[in-house]
Design a binder for this molecule. Structure first.
Ligand code: PBG
Ligand code: ZN
Length: 327
């Protein structure tokens, strides 16, 4: 006890850097990117200042710039020119994502490519798969959507993606994707499942960005209620058993307790600092109410402290620059 015990001895200016328990590296960071088949030039996203929708003819250069900053991984979202109830553009071999993967793999073969596997950007109703009449009205149909999800996954694998990132929160999605990949000879293609994904209001800015808002209802019959933690852990356990290679908790900062729990399952864990988290930090910083760089770096090191191996963040490029300045 005090006065023998003095914690501040360990926080002296010289000793402090030696005792840091967690570190942020560029190889922790994954940048989400939006590729828009309808755009002619990089188009600013109003709800996410500093983020753009890239046309296919600009994506190679954009990823090259990220690579020059030391970013090694991207997570791709596609915005197709045409939407329909069955999301048919989502598995088009010449679709926006499939083309983007090919371009990125030819321009920057050293970049690790994750592709989001979901239907909501491709359906005209905006839900994450096939809809139909359920016990309480129109709803996402689980089993009829699985075939679609597997088909999307195989088309991404054929284009050359490294890891598929299914985000639809359908039961069985990881199992059917793993089976479909193995049947088609894609044993080396991995799965980073959005295994613990909450029904969060923090996805609002993304739905503007990806044009994936829904026409009716909400996503609460497939995503997890924010107050449920045992259910959240089971979701990741099941995806691990179904063959996921990497688990994910999404969103980030309100849910870091689950990063700590899910890390115990033994698989690598990603955390997704989502659009609403980006927008909140950006808005407060733009108003001069918080210091952007300090808040961002704090949010990222806290994700590491909670146990994340990977951090998916719209601040990846900025953080890479700030890490360089810290050297
Ligand atoms: C699509 C998807 C969403 C996000 C990632 N994939 C939106 C949603 O589920 O409604 C959110 C990403 C973000 O907010 O940054 N299923
Ligand atoms: Zn979706």
């Amino acid at each position: 006890m005090f006065p023998q015990q003095r914690m501040r001895r360990l926080r002296g200016r010289l000793i402090q850097p030696f005792l840091k328990e967690h570190h942020l590296r560029k190889t922790d960071l994954v940048t989400p990117l939006f590729i828009d088949e309808t755009a002619d030039c990089p188009t600013p996203i109003p709800t996410m200042p500093g983020q753009y929708r890239y046309p296919l003819n600009a994506i190679g250069a954009a990823v090259l710039r990220l690579q020059e900053k030391g970013i090694g991984a991207v997570l791709l979202f596609g915005i197709p020119a045409r939407k329909d109830p069955e999301a048919s553009e989502s598995y088009n071999p010449a679709g926006v994502i499939q083309e983007a993967v090919r371009i990125i793999k030819s321009v920057t073969p050293g970049i690790l490519v994750f592709t989001d596997v979901c239907a909501c950007e491709y359906t005209d109703h905006g839900h994450c798969g096939i809809i139909g009449e359920g016990p309480c009205g129109m709803d996402l149909q689980n089993d009829p959507s699985l075939e679609l999800i597997a088909r999307i996954a195989v088309s991404h694998a054929q284009a050359g993606t490294d890891f598929l990132a299914p985000s639809c929160m359908l039961d069985g999605m990881v199992a059917v994707i793993r089976q479909a990949l193995d049947d088609e000879g894609f044993q080396e293609t991995g799965i980073m499942s959005y295994s613990t994904k909450f029904a969060s209001a923090l996805y609002g800015p993304f739905r503007e960005a990806a044009d994936s808002g829904y026409r009716f209802g909400d996503r609460s019959t497939y995503q997890i209620h924010p107050g449920n933690s045992r259910e959240a852990i089971r979701e990741s356990e099941i995806d691990a058993l179904e063959g996921a290679d990497i688990l994910m908790v999404k969103p980030g900062m309100f849910y870091l307790d689950l990063v700590a729990s899910i890390r115990e399952l033994g698989l690598p864990v990603a955390v997704y600092q989502v659009s609403g988290e980006y927008a909140m930090i950006k808005a407060a910083a733009t108003n001069g109410w918080i210091d952007e760089r300090s808040v961002v770096m704090e949010s990222l090191i806290c994700a590491k402290r909670a146990g994340a191996d990977l951090i998916i963040t719209y601040y990846a490029a900025d953080a890479a620059g700030w890490l360089d300045e810290e050297q």
